[in-house]
Design a protein around this ligand. Structure first.
Ligand SMILES: Cc1cc2nc3c(=O)[nH]c(=O)nc-3n(C[C@H](O)[C@H](O)[C@H](O)COP(=O)(O)OP(=O)(O)OC[C@H]3O[C@@H](n4cnc5c(N)ncnc54)[C@H](O)[C@@H]3O)c2cc1C
Length: 491
């Protein structure tokens, strides 16, 4: 799933994507223009929603009047940046959040498990909830997951985080950060409007394509990618139960008349992710779970067109469009370094699922505590320079979390090696596990020991074919994981 503002990063090459309008979350907030033309193919339709900026009186940083030195500058007002800024504000320190358009709506369409948002105390920021999720493995085999799933209201979430920031005294600066320079005990953040902001610590939450958080040349990032094409569409009708969101639909009968596409899909499968809002409004997203190199975007769209045709879904209007590219796995940034990365830029995406928003926001509290106390807030003893940066990086990626991430990367490497039948066998066994395991895995909350237990249990639940897959496809990734764990243990 890649958004319109996704620029090509210096760290990895991505398929170039066309531009994408910023989206708003709910049907009520959409401005739907009437379109009377008849369309045979949804790929010809253009998204019609007009996003509205949030209405808030932002406390802005005034370079000429304000004391221009902050304890922490947070670059980026995405979900992770705002959560970090808001939590930092709770330490009574001076925080400035810099973003070119802090009041613009976010464009990504976030789906989360309801319990995850409850744990964060953000359940009032959900737009629509489904009591269950369904998983179509084939025409014959469907599983129902008894775990409520929700679409996040981007507007409510951003509003809530912004209001908290304002309440806690965070200042905002509307500009793009251009360059960050570091002296021994202070950093200068230069913006494209000519402003220079000084601070003790800079936290980079500017997303996957940030150039401020450095990756090592000797340890290439080598990410894989999740690619997806999503639409929020008004349709004549659709076949899905309104009480269940579709987590994954791996059926491939829609490709029966397209031998080339069908064979290709067998080798590099994609699935449909769907959130039915009512009988005429549905979010549909064809997704390549993970691939290296990324599955071409045009292939994903062609498969989606064939699937919708087969399901008899006629798209009348597209209200929002989501072009999704998520870098998954790969090396972590250099640690420590002067800029502290969080969220997408710091490898916080779950390498086996592509989910990140909950993990990033959950980590924000821990990171803010270390950073806030480190700069002298909340009664903490002030430290500066490299000592401060090192300590905050430890808060971003504690050793246990790094080890756990290695396990997820191992899972990702296996998933990438599975064909359609292998994937079906894997998820059949995976969702037969105790909910503690599959829920914990998807929410990134298992310890390394629990993940090892999960692997054993998964192997026991697996079919003969899946056992064979695990045995033949895991040795190399397993070796890689062991080597990485050893290197990490050696420091
Ligand atoms: C299309 C899509 C859909 C996704 N869906 C889900 C999902 O359903 N569930 C889930 O858990 N995860 C999802 N993810 C993964 C992940 O949660 C998101 O990418 C999430 O937005 C990452 O948050 P972030 O705050 O790190 O970065 P971003 O959300 O990318 O925010 C970065 C912010 O930094 C600002 N910025 C960028 N450059 C600068 C600069 N130079 N100076 C100042 N500001 C700057 C941008 O304007 C933006 O506001 C999705 C990702 C994508 C791309």
């Amino acid at each position: 799933m890649a958004n319109s503002r996704f620029l090509l990063s210096p760290f990895f090459s991505l398929p170039q994507l066309p531009s994408n309008p910023i989206q708003s979350p709910s049907k009520n907030h959409l401005q739907i223009h009437s379109t009377f033309a008849k369309f045979d193919n949804f790929l010809d339709l253009k998204p019609e929603s007009k996003p509205k900026p949030l209405k808030l009186d932002l406390p802005l940083f005034h370079p000429y009047y304000d004391r221009s030195r902050f304890d922490v500058v947070v670059v980026g007002a995405g979900p992770i940046g705002l959560r970090v800024a808001e939590q930092l504000g709770g330490f009574g320190i001076k925080v400035c959040c810099v973003d070119p358009s802090p009041l613009s709506p976010w464009s990504n369409n976030y789906g989360v498990w309801v319990d995850e948002f409850e744990d964060l105390g953000l359940e009032d920021c959900l737009h629509k909830t489904w009591p269950m999720a369904s998983l179509y493995l084939s025409d014959e085999k469907v599983k129902y997951l008894d775990r409520p799933y929700a679409q996040v209201s981007r507007k409510k979430l951003k509003m809530k985080l912004m209001e908290e920031c304002i309440r806690k005294g965070v200042k905002f600066h509307k500009a793009k950060v251009w360059e960050i320079n570091h002296q021994q005990f202070e950093s200068s953040v230069s913006c494209n409007d000519g402003t220079e902001i000084k601070s003790n610590l800079v936290i980079d939450a500017s997303g996957f394509t940030s150039k401020f958080t450095k990756y090592s040349d000797s340890n290439p990032r080598n990410c894989a990618f999740q690619i997806a094409h999503g639409i929020l569409a008004e349709v004549d009708h659709h076949p899905f139960d309104l009480n269940k969101m579709v987590l994954m639909d791996w059926r491939d009968t829609h490709l029966n008349n397209e031998p080339y596409l069908r064979q290709h899909n067998k080798e590099f499968p994609t699935f449909l992710y769907a959130m039915p809002f009512d009988s005429n409004l549905i979010f549909l997203e064809e997704t390549s779970l993970v691939g290296r190199p990324a599955l071409p975007y045009t292939v994903v769209k062609k498969r989606m067109a064939a699937r919708l045709r087969h399901l008899g879904i006629k798209v009348k209007r597209i209200l929002e469009e989501e072009k999704c590219v998520i870098p998954m796995g790969g090396a972590l940034p250099e640690m420590p370094q002067a800029v502290v990365g969080v969220g997408g830029v710091a490898g916080m995406v779950n390498p086996a699922s592509g989910y990140a928003v909950v993990k990033g926001m959950a980590a924000a509290g821990r990171i803010a505590r270390v950073a806030g106390e480190g700069v002298g807030g909340g009664g903490g003893r002030m430290i500066r320079g490299r000592a401060l940066e090192g300590r905050v990086w430890e808060g971003v990626w504690p050793m246990e979390e790094r080890n756990v991430r290695e396990f997820y990367c191992f899972g990702m490497e296996i998933l990438m090696r599975l064909d359609l039948d292998g994937i079906r066998g894997f998820f059949n066994a995976f969702f037969d596990l105790e909910p503690f395991y599959w829920e914990g895995f998807l929410s990134s909350r298992l310890s390394l020991l629990e993940l090892a237990m999960l692997s054993l249990s998964l192997y026991q639940h697996a079919s003969f074919r899946s056992k064979l897959d695990i045995l033949t496809k895991s040795p190399l990734p397993l070796l890689q994981m062991m080597a990485n764990l050893t290197l990490q243990a050696l420091g």
